[in-house]
Design a protein around this ligand. Structure first.
Ligand SMILES: Cc1ncc(COP(=O)(O)O)c(C=O)c1O
Length: 369
């Protein structure tokens, strides 16, 4: 039996529209000209969103977001390069782990999970170690929802003649990023985040000259973005079996993105979701982990209620029974849970989700409202 569709308040997979899901109700052949046109159209539209048509290529890659991040690092960082990895959460740590596994030399700079990495930090670090060739940064660190100052850090990296690789997985499409203003070598995102497609493909915006110079860098056949791009440029096709349904769904999701009003409208809706969520949770006495000034309108981390009767798993199940899927916290120091603001959801859904959270906590006798 098909379960009733819950609302996912998780940062990918997330709630998609019926129209996006219906776009998957067709089987495409990988040689089909119509399918190749979908891919070409996607790549062009994605470049327009980042204002990178002149400067960058958009290289799609099968797999979850991490595949694309790993492919970007493996393709763009030469074997004698060195990456400075900026960390203030789990996805920053994952960047370092990728460098380690790929055998790329790297150093890390870790700040607290509730403190953005600053441009001054990066300035200092680049001065101290001239052997650094690349800097890797997570734009919105989804493990807490913190926003790192991409534009300021990009300016420092460029001034030092270094190359910036940005994991913009959970911010691209909602938070403005303009390739003409913000210099970056590569920026990575995926289908199932703020564009509201389904998960299954990542994409990397790569500076054209950097991609041309990256032949032979990659440790891997399947993860080589230079090859992937060269093959696509030559044939119009994906190099290996394409995620056909994911591509079709993302194409449909992009039509809706434009109909909604593009990036400003999407940001507006997510910011509104976030405001409503914070205000309603505050009324229940549930505190957010981050101060408002560094909170991205993508996902919010809340402190768990300080009550021995609270257990995340039981809380999750009760909220799920009321139609909403939450996310566990990703912090080791404090007990938290997370609520996403992204996906095909609006303020009414956020209010209903908070009502479900309140009811669940009352049932657990954690909340006495
Ligand atoms: C900042 C960030 N980086 C990378 C990823 C990629 O993770 P995955 O491979 O699970 O899609 C995510 C997914 O949520 C993310 O939020």
């Amino acid at each position: 039996m098909r379960p009733a569709a819950p609302i996912l308040l998780t940062p990918g997979p997330l709630t998609t529209s019926a129209r996006t899901r219906q776009a998957m109700d067709l089987d495409w052949g990988s040689w089909d000209e119509g399918f190749n046109q979908l891919t070409a159209s996607l790549r062009e539209q994605l470049l327009v969103i980042v204002n990178g048509t002149d400067s960058h290529h958009c290289v799609p890659l099968q797999g979850s977001g991490t595949f694309a991040v790993e492919a970007a690092i493996g393709t763009l960082v030469p074997r004698n390069g060195k990456v400075l990895v900026l960390i203030n959460g789990a996805y920053g740590k994952r960047l370092a782990r990728i460098c380690e596994v790929l055998g790329r030399s790297f150093s890390t700079f870790e700040s607290a999970e509730d403190a953005p990495t600053t441009a001054a930090d990066v300035e200092h670090l680049l001065h101290a170690d001239p052997s650094i060739s690349h800097v890797a940064l997570v734009h919105c660190e989804t493990s807490t929802g913190i926003l790192n100052p991409l534009a300021e850090i990009a300016e420092v990296v460029a001034r030092h003649g270094k190359r910036l690789i940005v994991d913009a997985m959970s911010s691209f499409g909602a938070l403005p990023i303009d390739a003409r203003q913000v210099p970056f070598e590569a920026l990575i995102a995926a289908s199932g985040k703020c564009l509201e497609g389904v998960p299954g493909m990542g994409f990397v915006f790569v500076r054209k000259e950097a991609l041309a110079a990256a032949a032979g860098n990659s440790h891997s056949l399947a993860m080589d973005l230079h090859d992937q791009h060269a093959y696509m440029a030559r044939t119009g096709q994906w190099r290996f079996t394409p995620p056909t349904h994911v591509v079709a769904a993302l194409h449909e999701a992009l039509l809706q993105y434009h109909e909604e009003g593009g990036l400003p409208a999407r940001l507006g809706r997510y910011a509104d979701n976030c405001q409503v969520l914070l205000a309603e949770m505050d009324r229940l006495g549930l505190r957010s982990f981050l101060p408002a000034a560094i909170q991205a309108p993508i996902i919010v981390t809340f402190h768990a209620p300080n009550d021995p009767r609270y257990r995340f798993q039981a809380f999750y199940e009760r909220v799920k029974a009321k139609g909403f899927i939450l996310y566990p916290g990703k912090l080791t120091r404090v007990e938290t849970f997370r609520v996403g603001c992204i996906g095909q959801v609006g303020r009414g859904d956020m209010r209903a989700a908070v009502a479900a959270i309140a009811a669940a906590l009352r049932e657990m006798q954690v909340l006495e409202l």
